[in-house]
Write a protein of this length. Structure first.
Length: 470
Protein backbone atom coordinates (compact mmCIF):
# COMPACT_ATOMS: atom_id res chain seq x y z
CA UNK A 1 0.00 0.00 0.00
CA UNK A 2 1.05 3.62 -0.47
CA UNK A 3 2.59 4.96 2.71
CA UNK A 4 0.23 7.43 4.44
CA UNK A 5 3.21 8.96 6.26
CA UNK A 6 6.20 11.02 5.13
CA UNK A 7 9.34 11.31 7.25
CA UNK A 8 10.92 14.69 7.83
CA UNK A 9 14.43 14.47 9.35
CA UNK A 10 16.20 17.56 10.69
CA UNK A 11 19.56 17.70 12.47
CA UNK A 12 20.34 20.10 15.30
CA UNK A 13 23.64 20.79 13.57
CA UNK A 14 23.80 19.73 9.92
CA UNK A 15 27.61 19.67 9.73
CA UNK A 16 30.65 18.59 11.72
CA UNK A 17 34.40 18.88 11.17
CA UNK A 18 35.82 16.51 8.57
CA UNK A 19 38.27 13.86 9.68
CA UNK A 20 37.51 14.34 13.37
CA UNK A 21 35.24 12.23 15.55
CA UNK A 22 32.50 14.59 16.82
CA UNK A 23 32.76 15.21 20.56
CA UNK A 24 29.13 16.23 20.89
CA UNK A 25 26.10 14.04 20.37
CA UNK A 26 24.49 14.31 16.95
CA UNK A 27 20.75 14.92 17.36
CA UNK A 28 18.08 14.43 14.70
CA UNK A 29 14.37 15.15 14.95
CA UNK A 30 12.16 12.64 13.18
CA UNK A 31 8.75 14.12 12.36
CA UNK A 32 5.94 11.90 11.05
CA UNK A 33 3.97 13.93 8.52
CA UNK A 34 0.64 12.13 8.25
CA UNK A 35 -1.46 12.61 5.16
CA UNK A 36 -4.84 13.90 6.22
CA UNK A 37 -6.41 12.78 2.93
CA UNK A 38 -5.56 9.16 3.78
CA UNK A 39 -6.99 9.24 7.30
CA UNK A 40 -10.07 7.08 7.81
CA UNK A 41 -12.50 6.35 10.55
CA UNK A 42 -11.78 2.68 11.49
CA UNK A 43 -14.09 0.20 13.13
CA UNK A 44 -13.56 0.71 16.86
CA UNK A 45 -13.13 -1.83 19.64
CA UNK A 46 -13.24 0.45 22.69
CA UNK A 47 -12.80 -0.54 26.31
CA UNK A 48 -13.49 1.82 29.18
CA UNK A 49 -12.03 0.51 32.44
CA UNK A 50 -13.32 2.81 35.16
CA UNK A 51 -12.34 3.06 38.80
CA UNK A 52 -15.59 2.66 40.76
CA UNK A 53 -14.08 3.01 44.23
CA UNK A 54 -15.75 5.31 46.74
CA UNK A 55 -13.42 8.23 46.08
CA UNK A 56 -14.57 8.45 42.42
CA UNK A 57 -17.99 9.47 43.75
CA UNK A 58 -16.59 12.23 45.93
CA UNK A 59 -17.79 15.77 45.20
CA UNK A 60 -15.10 18.43 45.08
CA UNK A 61 -16.41 21.19 47.33
CA UNK A 62 -14.81 24.20 48.98
CA UNK A 63 -15.15 24.37 52.80
CA UNK A 64 -18.21 26.66 52.77
CA UNK A 65 -20.03 24.50 50.20
CA UNK A 66 -19.19 21.33 52.11
CA UNK A 67 -20.56 22.75 55.37
CA UNK A 68 -23.79 23.93 53.72
CA UNK A 69 -24.47 20.57 52.07
CA UNK A 70 -23.48 18.66 55.19
CA UNK A 71 -26.03 20.53 57.32
CA UNK A 72 -28.74 19.97 54.73
CA UNK A 73 -27.95 16.25 54.42
CA UNK A 74 -27.72 15.71 58.18
CA UNK A 75 -31.16 17.24 58.64
CA UNK A 76 -32.46 14.60 56.18
CA UNK A 77 -30.35 11.74 57.51
CA UNK A 78 -28.67 11.41 54.09
CA UNK A 79 -24.94 11.64 54.87
CA UNK A 80 -22.37 9.51 56.66
CA UNK A 81 -18.60 9.60 57.14
CA UNK A 82 -16.79 6.57 55.72
CA UNK A 83 -13.29 5.41 54.85
CA UNK A 84 -12.51 5.22 51.11
CA UNK A 85 -9.09 4.42 49.61
CA UNK A 86 -7.45 5.24 52.94
CA UNK A 87 -9.22 8.61 53.16
CA UNK A 88 -12.03 9.82 55.38
CA UNK A 89 -14.90 11.33 53.41
CA UNK A 90 -18.62 12.05 53.35
CA UNK A 91 -21.00 9.70 51.54
CA UNK A 92 -24.17 11.42 50.29
CA UNK A 93 -27.52 9.74 49.65
CA UNK A 94 -31.12 10.31 48.61
CA UNK A 95 -32.44 13.74 47.69
CA UNK A 96 -29.22 15.46 48.80
CA UNK A 97 -27.19 13.33 46.39
CA UNK A 98 -29.58 14.11 43.53
CA UNK A 99 -29.43 17.83 44.26
CA UNK A 100 -25.63 17.79 44.45
CA UNK A 101 -25.43 16.03 41.10
CA UNK A 102 -27.33 18.93 39.51
CA UNK A 103 -24.75 21.55 40.53
CA UNK A 104 -21.45 19.80 41.28
CA UNK A 105 -19.72 17.01 39.38
CA UNK A 106 -17.75 14.02 40.63
CA UNK A 107 -14.97 12.23 38.74
CA UNK A 108 -17.40 9.38 38.09
CA UNK A 109 -20.13 11.60 36.65
CA UNK A 110 -17.65 13.42 34.42
CA UNK A 111 -16.24 10.10 33.22
CA UNK A 112 -19.71 8.80 32.42
CA UNK A 113 -20.50 11.96 30.47
CA UNK A 114 -17.40 11.25 28.42
CA UNK A 115 -18.53 7.65 27.89
CA UNK A 116 -21.97 8.89 26.83
CA UNK A 117 -20.48 11.31 24.28
CA UNK A 118 -18.47 8.37 22.93
CA UNK A 119 -21.58 6.21 22.66
CA UNK A 120 -23.31 8.98 20.71
CA UNK A 121 -20.40 9.10 18.23
CA UNK A 122 -20.13 5.33 17.62
CA UNK A 123 -21.02 3.70 14.32
CA UNK A 124 -23.36 0.72 14.25
CA UNK A 125 -20.50 -1.79 13.76
CA UNK A 126 -18.30 -0.42 16.57
CA UNK A 127 -17.84 -2.46 19.72
CA UNK A 128 -17.76 -1.01 23.22
CA UNK A 129 -17.42 -2.39 26.72
CA UNK A 130 -17.49 -0.50 30.01
CA UNK A 131 -15.83 -2.38 32.87
CA UNK A 132 -15.72 -1.02 36.41
CA UNK A 133 -13.40 -2.06 39.22
CA UNK A 134 -13.25 -1.54 42.98
CA UNK A 135 -12.77 -4.53 45.32
CA UNK A 136 -14.32 -6.61 42.53
CA UNK A 137 -14.81 -5.87 38.85
CA UNK A 138 -17.84 -6.18 36.63
CA UNK A 139 -19.17 -5.40 33.16
CA UNK A 140 -21.43 -2.36 33.33
CA UNK A 141 -22.34 -2.16 29.65
CA UNK A 142 -21.32 -4.02 26.51
CA UNK A 143 -22.38 -4.44 22.91
CA UNK A 144 -20.65 -5.75 19.80
CA UNK A 145 -22.50 -3.46 17.46
CA UNK A 146 -26.08 -2.21 17.32
CA UNK A 147 -28.01 -1.50 14.08
CA UNK A 148 -29.86 1.47 15.56
CA UNK A 149 -28.16 4.14 17.66
CA UNK A 150 -31.27 4.77 19.73
CA UNK A 151 -31.32 1.12 20.82
CA UNK A 152 -27.71 1.33 21.99
CA UNK A 153 -28.27 4.53 23.93
CA UNK A 154 -31.41 3.30 25.61
CA UNK A 155 -29.73 0.06 26.68
CA UNK A 156 -26.66 1.91 27.98
CA UNK A 157 -28.58 4.58 29.88
CA UNK A 158 -29.89 2.31 32.62
CA UNK A 159 -26.56 0.59 33.24
CA UNK A 160 -24.49 3.77 33.28
CA UNK A 161 -27.01 5.43 35.59
CA UNK A 162 -26.49 2.58 38.03
CA UNK A 163 -22.74 3.16 38.03
CA UNK A 164 -23.15 6.90 38.53
CA UNK A 165 -25.68 6.66 41.34
CA UNK A 166 -23.09 5.99 44.04
CA UNK A 167 -20.69 3.43 45.39
CA UNK A 168 -23.37 1.35 47.09
CA UNK A 169 -25.40 0.97 43.90
CA UNK A 170 -22.47 -0.44 41.92
CA UNK A 171 -22.04 -3.32 44.38
CA UNK A 172 -18.32 -3.60 43.58
CA UNK A 173 -16.94 -2.41 46.91
CA UNK A 174 -14.84 0.61 47.90
CA UNK A 175 -11.23 -0.37 47.12
CA UNK A 176 -9.08 0.04 43.99
CA UNK A 177 -8.11 -3.35 42.58
CA UNK A 178 -7.51 -3.20 38.85
CA UNK A 179 -5.94 -6.54 37.85
CA UNK A 180 -9.17 -8.50 37.41
CA UNK A 181 -10.73 -5.96 35.05
CA UNK A 182 -7.47 -5.55 33.13
CA UNK A 183 -7.04 -9.30 32.71
CA UNK A 184 -10.61 -9.80 31.51
CA UNK A 185 -10.29 -7.04 28.91
CA UNK A 186 -6.96 -8.30 27.60
CA UNK A 187 -8.10 -11.92 27.38
CA UNK A 188 -11.21 -10.96 25.46
CA UNK A 189 -9.28 -8.68 23.11
CA UNK A 190 -6.73 -11.45 22.51
CA UNK A 191 -9.49 -13.84 21.44
CA UNK A 192 -10.35 -11.41 18.64
CA UNK A 193 -6.95 -11.94 16.98
CA UNK A 194 -7.15 -11.24 13.26
CA UNK A 195 -9.94 -8.71 13.71
CA UNK A 196 -9.22 -5.42 11.91
CA UNK A 197 -10.77 -3.12 14.52
CA UNK A 198 -8.77 -0.43 16.26
CA UNK A 199 -8.27 -1.73 19.81
CA UNK A 200 -8.14 0.98 22.43
CA UNK A 201 -8.60 1.09 26.21
CA UNK A 202 -9.28 4.18 28.31
CA UNK A 203 -8.36 3.57 31.95
CA UNK A 204 -9.65 6.07 34.52
CA UNK A 205 -8.50 6.04 38.15
CA UNK A 206 -8.28 8.47 41.06
CA UNK A 207 -6.68 6.27 43.71
CA UNK A 208 -3.66 4.16 44.50
CA UNK A 209 -4.03 0.84 42.67
CA UNK A 210 -3.75 -1.80 45.38
CA UNK A 211 -2.63 -4.65 43.10
CA UNK A 212 -0.31 -2.86 40.68
CA UNK A 213 2.34 -5.59 40.84
CA UNK A 214 -0.22 -8.05 39.46
CA UNK A 215 -1.04 -5.51 36.75
CA UNK A 216 2.50 -5.06 35.38
CA UNK A 217 2.68 -8.38 33.44
CA UNK A 218 -0.85 -7.73 32.17
CA UNK A 219 0.29 -4.45 30.64
CA UNK A 220 2.94 -6.39 28.70
CA UNK A 221 0.22 -8.78 27.52
CA UNK A 222 -1.81 -5.79 26.32
CA UNK A 223 1.11 -4.78 24.09
CA UNK A 224 1.25 -8.30 22.61
CA UNK A 225 -2.51 -8.14 21.96
CA UNK A 226 -2.16 -4.85 20.07
CA UNK A 227 -4.14 -2.98 22.73
CA UNK A 228 -3.22 0.66 23.27
CA UNK A 229 -4.07 1.93 26.76
CA UNK A 230 -4.60 5.63 27.43
CA UNK A 231 -4.91 6.61 31.08
CA UNK A 232 -6.63 9.42 32.93
CA UNK A 233 -5.39 10.14 36.44
CA UNK A 234 -7.96 12.08 38.44
CA UNK A 235 -7.46 14.40 41.40
CA UNK A 236 -4.48 14.56 43.72
CA UNK A 237 -3.99 11.08 45.15
CA UNK A 238 -3.71 8.62 42.27
CA UNK A 239 -0.44 6.81 41.58
CA UNK A 240 0.85 8.73 38.58
CA UNK A 241 4.04 6.71 38.05
CA UNK A 242 2.10 3.48 37.50
CA UNK A 243 -0.39 5.17 35.17
CA UNK A 244 2.29 6.99 33.18
CA UNK A 245 4.25 3.76 32.74
CA UNK A 246 1.12 1.95 31.56
CA UNK A 247 0.50 4.62 28.91
CA UNK A 248 4.15 4.70 27.82
CA UNK A 249 4.49 0.91 27.54
CA UNK A 250 1.37 0.56 25.39
CA UNK A 251 1.94 3.89 23.55
CA UNK A 252 -1.27 5.42 24.76
CA UNK A 253 -1.78 8.94 26.13
CA UNK A 254 -1.43 10.08 29.72
CA UNK A 255 -3.86 12.73 30.98
CA UNK A 256 -3.73 14.48 34.33
CA UNK A 257 -7.26 15.56 35.22
CA UNK A 258 -6.94 17.75 38.29
CA UNK A 259 -10.69 18.43 38.33
CA UNK A 260 -13.73 16.36 37.46
CA UNK A 261 -14.60 18.30 34.23
CA UNK A 262 -11.09 17.60 32.90
CA UNK A 263 -11.94 13.88 32.86
CA UNK A 264 -14.62 14.51 30.25
CA UNK A 265 -12.21 16.69 28.25
CA UNK A 266 -9.63 13.88 28.21
CA UNK A 267 -12.19 11.38 26.90
CA UNK A 268 -13.11 13.83 24.13
CA UNK A 269 -9.45 14.11 23.14
CA UNK A 270 -9.17 10.33 22.90
CA UNK A 271 -12.27 10.14 20.73
CA UNK A 272 -10.84 12.76 18.36
CA UNK A 273 -7.67 10.66 18.01
CA UNK A 274 -9.24 7.26 17.41
CA UNK A 275 -11.76 8.43 14.82
CA UNK A 276 -9.06 9.69 12.41
CA UNK A 277 -6.38 7.08 11.76
CA UNK A 278 -3.79 6.52 9.04
CA UNK A 279 -2.21 3.37 10.56
CA UNK A 280 -2.45 0.85 13.37
CA UNK A 281 0.29 -0.94 15.32
CA UNK A 282 3.08 1.20 13.90
CA UNK A 283 6.79 0.55 14.46
CA UNK A 284 9.80 2.87 14.42
CA UNK A 285 13.23 1.52 13.53
CA UNK A 286 16.59 3.27 13.81
CA UNK A 287 19.37 1.35 12.03
CA UNK A 288 22.88 2.82 12.43
CA UNK A 289 25.44 2.72 9.61
CA UNK A 290 29.08 3.72 9.08
CA UNK A 291 30.04 2.85 12.67
CA UNK A 292 27.44 5.17 14.20
CA UNK A 293 26.16 4.33 17.69
CA UNK A 294 22.53 4.96 18.71
CA UNK A 295 22.55 6.51 22.19
CA UNK A 296 18.90 7.33 22.86
CA UNK A 297 15.51 7.81 21.21
CA UNK A 298 12.84 9.93 22.93
CA UNK A 299 9.26 10.79 21.92
CA UNK A 300 8.98 14.60 22.00
CA UNK A 301 5.48 15.14 20.54
CA UNK A 302 2.60 15.11 21.29
CA UNK A 303 4.30 14.99 24.69
CA UNK A 304 7.67 14.20 26.18
CA UNK A 305 7.81 10.59 27.30
CA UNK A 306 10.10 7.58 27.16
CA UNK A 307 10.16 4.19 25.53
CA UNK A 308 9.92 1.61 28.29
CA UNK A 309 10.91 -1.19 25.90
CA UNK A 310 13.31 -1.37 22.97
CA UNK A 311 13.94 -4.38 20.74
CA UNK A 312 17.42 -4.88 19.28
CA UNK A 313 17.49 -6.50 15.86
CA UNK A 314 20.16 -6.71 13.15
CA UNK A 315 22.17 -3.96 14.84
CA UNK A 316 19.20 -1.57 14.95
CA UNK A 317 16.66 -0.40 17.51
CA UNK A 318 12.93 -1.09 17.14
CA UNK A 319 10.10 0.63 19.02
CA UNK A 320 6.32 0.29 19.09
CA UNK A 321 4.71 3.68 18.47
CA UNK A 322 1.02 2.69 18.49
CA UNK A 323 -1.75 4.17 16.35
CA UNK A 324 -1.01 7.02 13.95
CA UNK A 325 -3.53 9.85 13.81
CA UNK A 326 -3.29 13.29 12.17
CA UNK A 327 -5.03 14.57 15.30
CA UNK A 328 -1.90 13.68 17.24
CA UNK A 329 1.37 14.61 15.47
CA UNK A 330 4.36 12.45 16.40
CA UNK A 331 7.98 13.52 16.72
CA UNK A 332 11.04 11.70 18.05
CA UNK A 333 14.52 12.87 18.98
CA UNK A 334 17.30 10.48 17.95
CA UNK A 335 20.68 10.92 19.64
CA UNK A 336 23.70 9.42 17.87
CA UNK A 337 27.42 9.12 18.41
CA UNK A 338 28.70 9.88 14.92
CA UNK A 339 31.98 8.41 13.59
CA UNK A 340 35.00 10.17 12.13
CA UNK A 341 34.50 10.48 8.36
CA UNK A 342 36.22 12.34 5.51
CA UNK A 343 34.84 15.48 3.89
CA UNK A 344 31.48 15.09 2.21
CA UNK A 345 28.08 13.73 3.12
CA UNK A 346 28.08 10.86 5.63
CA UNK A 347 25.12 8.55 6.17
CA UNK A 348 24.73 7.88 9.91
CA UNK A 349 21.52 5.86 10.15
CA UNK A 350 18.35 4.77 8.43
CA UNK A 351 14.96 5.58 9.98
CA UNK A 352 12.02 3.36 9.07
CA UNK A 353 8.34 3.52 10.00
CA UNK A 354 6.02 0.59 9.36
CA UNK A 355 2.34 0.14 10.07
CA UNK A 356 -0.91 -1.64 9.28
CA UNK A 357 -3.69 0.01 7.32
CA UNK A 358 -6.66 1.22 9.40
CA UNK A 359 -9.25 -1.06 7.73
CA UNK A 360 -7.26 -3.87 6.10
CA UNK A 361 -4.30 -6.15 6.87
CA UNK A 362 -2.16 -4.32 4.30
CA UNK A 363 1.15 -3.03 5.56
CA UNK A 364 3.26 -0.08 4.51
CA UNK A 365 6.85 1.00 5.11
CA UNK A 366 8.61 4.30 4.61
CA UNK A 367 12.24 5.17 5.29
CA UNK A 368 14.67 8.07 5.21
CA UNK A 369 18.40 8.39 5.96
CA UNK A 370 20.01 10.57 8.62
CA UNK A 371 22.87 12.37 6.84
CA UNK A 372 25.57 14.54 8.41
CA UNK A 373 27.83 16.77 6.28
CA UNK A 374 31.55 16.62 7.10
CA UNK A 375 33.30 19.90 6.26
CA UNK A 376 35.89 22.49 7.34
CA UNK A 377 33.73 25.44 6.26
CA UNK A 378 33.38 27.61 9.44
CA UNK A 379 30.01 29.03 8.37
CA UNK A 380 28.57 25.58 7.78
CA UNK A 381 29.96 24.33 11.10
CA UNK A 382 28.17 27.14 12.96
CA UNK A 383 24.76 26.39 11.44
CA UNK A 384 22.05 24.95 13.71
CA UNK A 385 18.33 24.32 13.70
CA UNK A 386 16.86 26.13 16.71
CA UNK A 387 13.76 23.93 16.90
CA UNK A 388 15.79 20.73 17.19
CA UNK A 389 18.17 22.33 19.68
CA UNK A 390 15.14 23.33 21.75
CA UNK A 391 13.78 19.77 21.57
CA UNK A 392 17.09 18.56 22.98
CA UNK A 393 16.78 21.06 25.85
CA UNK A 394 13.25 19.87 26.59
CA UNK A 395 14.42 16.26 26.67
CA UNK A 396 17.21 17.24 29.08
CA UNK A 397 14.65 18.86 31.41
CA UNK A 398 12.43 15.79 31.18
CA UNK A 399 15.38 13.55 32.12
CA UNK A 400 16.12 15.63 35.21
CA UNK A 401 12.48 15.34 36.28
CA UNK A 402 12.66 11.56 35.79
CA UNK A 403 15.82 11.44 37.92
CA UNK A 404 13.97 13.41 40.58
CA UNK A 405 11.09 10.92 40.51
CA UNK A 406 13.45 7.94 40.80
CA UNK A 407 15.40 9.47 43.68
CA UNK A 408 12.17 10.37 45.50
CA UNK A 409 10.86 6.82 45.09
CA UNK A 410 14.11 5.49 46.60
CA UNK A 411 13.86 7.82 49.58
CA UNK A 412 16.86 9.90 48.44
CA UNK A 413 15.54 13.33 49.43
CA UNK A 414 18.84 15.11 48.82
CA UNK A 415 19.20 13.63 45.33
CA UNK A 416 15.56 14.31 44.46
CA UNK A 417 15.91 17.94 45.54
CA UNK A 418 19.11 18.36 43.54
CA UNK A 419 17.55 17.04 40.32
CA UNK A 420 14.45 19.19 40.77
CA UNK A 421 16.58 22.31 41.32
CA UNK A 422 18.62 21.47 38.23
CA UNK A 423 15.43 21.07 36.15
CA UNK A 424 14.23 24.46 37.46
CA UNK A 425 17.49 26.15 36.41
CA UNK A 426 17.31 24.54 32.97
CA UNK A 427 13.75 25.77 32.39
CA UNK A 428 14.69 29.34 33.33
CA UNK A 429 17.84 29.28 31.19
CA UNK A 430 15.75 28.06 28.27
CA UNK A 431 13.16 30.78 28.80
CA UNK A 432 9.41 30.40 29.09
CA UNK A 433 7.76 27.81 31.33
CA UNK A 434 7.91 30.07 34.38
CA UNK A 435 4.78 28.53 35.89
CA UNK A 436 6.34 25.06 35.77
CA UNK A 437 9.66 26.41 37.09
CA UNK A 438 7.85 28.01 40.05
CA UNK A 439 6.07 24.72 40.78
CA UNK A 440 9.38 22.86 40.69
CA UNK A 441 11.01 25.45 42.96
CA UNK A 442 8.19 25.14 45.48
CA UNK A 443 8.32 21.33 45.33
CA UNK A 444 12.09 21.40 45.97
CA UNK A 445 11.52 23.64 48.98
CA UNK A 446 8.89 21.26 50.33
CA UNK A 447 11.28 18.33 49.92
CA UNK A 448 13.99 20.11 51.90
CA UNK A 449 11.43 20.96 54.60
CA UNK A 450 10.39 17.32 54.85
CA UNK A 451 6.93 17.86 53.40
CA UNK A 452 5.42 16.96 50.06
CA UNK A 453 2.40 18.30 48.21
CA UNK A 454 0.97 15.44 46.14
CA UNK A 455 -1.00 17.77 43.87
CA UNK A 456 2.10 19.84 43.15
CA UNK A 457 4.14 16.73 42.37
CA UNK A 458 1.52 15.64 39.84
CA UNK A 459 1.47 19.09 38.26
CA UNK A 460 5.26 19.00 37.94
CA UNK A 461 5.27 15.59 36.27
CA UNK A 462 2.38 16.38 33.91
CA UNK A 463 3.74 19.85 33.16
CA UNK A 464 7.16 18.49 32.26
CA UNK A 465 5.62 16.00 29.81
CA UNK A 466 3.66 18.84 28.21
CA UNK A 467 6.62 21.25 28.02
CA UNK A 468 5.95 23.06 24.74
CA UNK A 469 8.42 24.04 22.02
CA UNK A 470 9.46 27.69 22.18
Amino acid sequence: MEAPVDLELTLARPATRAGVEPSATTCARVRLCMRQDQAVRPRLDLWFVVDASASMHRFVLDPDQREMWRRRAEARGEVSAQEADGRRGLVWRGQTLRELQQVVSTPMLSCLRGVWRTLEALHSTDRICVLAFADQHGTIYEDTGVPEQAVRLEAARTQLTRLGSGVDESGLGRGTRLAGALQEAIERVSRAEGDLSLRRMILVSDGVVEDKEACRPLVDQAVDAGLVISVIGVGDEFEEEFLMTTADVTRGNYYYAATAPEVEQAVRSELETVTSIVARQALLRVIPTSGTIVREVHPVAPSLSEFQTVWMEHGGWRFRIGDLSPAQPLEFLVELAAPELPAGEGRLALVQVEGVAPTSPDRFAVEAPIRLFYSDDPLLLQAQDDEVVDALRRVAIYREERRFALAAAQGDTEGATRHLQQATRMIRERGGGETLAAEMEAAAGELMAGTRNLARTKRVKAGTRRLSPK
